[in-house]
Design a protein around this ligand. Structure first.
Ligand code: FMN
Length: 217
C-alpha cells in the first residue's frame, strides 16, 4: 500500500531500537525520500510543519561531522561512564556505551546522515527555543519507516556540542535549530525489542502513584 513494503505495524514498533552498527552499503535515494515522506506525515501544532531535513551522503561532509562528533563523544564520556566501559562493559549501561562509542568512531562510514532541523519560537515567552515537540513525532515516524525498509537508525544529539561549526558547514539559518542527527543504513546487528520498563509499572490509574499489577476490571 502507498508504494511501501508491507510490514506489520507492531513488529516495526517492537523492533525499532537504536541500530548504531551500520554497513556502508549505499541507501537508494528514492528510499531516503520515502522515509522522509513518512517523517513529514508526523503531526505538529497547528500543522505548522516547522521542519527541514538535511541529507548528507558525500564523504567530505560526513568526515567533517565525524571529526566533531567523535570529539563530542570524548567530552560526553565522563569518568563514571569510562569506568562502566572498563569494569562492566556487558552491563545494560555498558552495552549502550559500547554501542554509542562504536557509532562515534564510525560516523564517517554511515551511508546516510540525516539532520532534523526545526524552527525556533519567535514569541516573547519562548524566543529562541527550538520547537522540539514538533520534530520528535516526525523523527520517530522516520525511524519506523526506515525499519520497514530494513534500515537501521539511531536518534543522536551530540553533534549539538559543535552546533555552530556543523550548522555553519551545512548552512542552517539562525532561526532553525539542528536538533537531531539520524545515521541511517543497513544494520550489522539483529533487530530486537527495545529494553524498557513494563508499561504497567509506569502507568497510574486515575491518580499519580496509583499503579496496578494487573489490569483493572
Ligand atoms: C533526544 C535523544 C537524543 C539522543 N542522543 C544520542 C546521542 O547523541 N548518541 C547516541 O549514541 N544515542 C543517542 N540517543 C539514543 C538513546 O541513547 C537510545 O534511544 C536509548 O539508550 C534507548 O536505546 P534503544 O534506542 O536502543 O532502545 C538519543 C535518543 C534521543 C531520544
Amino acid at each position: 500500500m502507498y508504494g511501501h513494503p508491507a510490514f506489520d505495524l507492531y513488529e516495526a514498533i517492537y523492533t525499532t531500537r537504536s541500530m548504531r552498527r551500520l554497513r556502508p552499503d549505499p541507501v537508494p535515494p528514492d528510499i531516503i525520500v520515502k522515509v522522509l515522506e513518512a517523517a513529514t506525515l508526523g503531526p505538529s501544532g497547528s500543522n505548522r510543519q516547522p521542519w527541514f531535513f538535511i541529507v548528507l551522503r558525500e564523504q567530505e561532509n560526513k568526515d567533517f561531522v565525524a571529526v566533531r562528533y567523535r570529539q563530542a563523544w570524548q567530552r560526553y564520556l565522563k569518568p563514571a561512564a569510562r569506568e562502566v566501559l572498563e569494569k562492566a562493559p556487558d552491563s545494560p549501561q555498558g552495552r549502550i556505551l559500547k554501542s554509542a562509542r562504536y557509532l562515534a568512531e564510525h560516523i564517517a562510514d554511515c551511508p546516510v546522515l540525516i539532520f532534523a532541523c526545526v524552527k525556533k519560537y519567535n514569541d516573547r515567552a519562548r524566543a529562541g527555543l527550538p520547537m522540539y515537540n514538533a520534530i520528535f513525532p516526525a523523527i520517530q515516524n522516520l525511524c519506523l519507516a526506515a525499519r520497514g525498509y530494513g534500515l537501521g537508525t539511531s536518534i543522536t544529539s551530540m553533534h549539538q556540542m559543535f552546533g555552530a561549526e556543523i550548522d555553519g558547514r551545512l548552512g542552517v539559518p539562525p532561526e532553525y535549530a539542528n536538533v537531531a542527527m539520524i545515521p541511517m543504513g543497513y544494520p550489522k546487528g539483529r533487530w530486537d525489542r527495545p529494553d524498557r520498563k513494563p508499561a504497567l509499572s509506569v502507568t497510574f490509574w486515575e491518580r499519580w502513584g496509583e499503579t496496578r499489577d494487573a489490569l483493572p476490571d
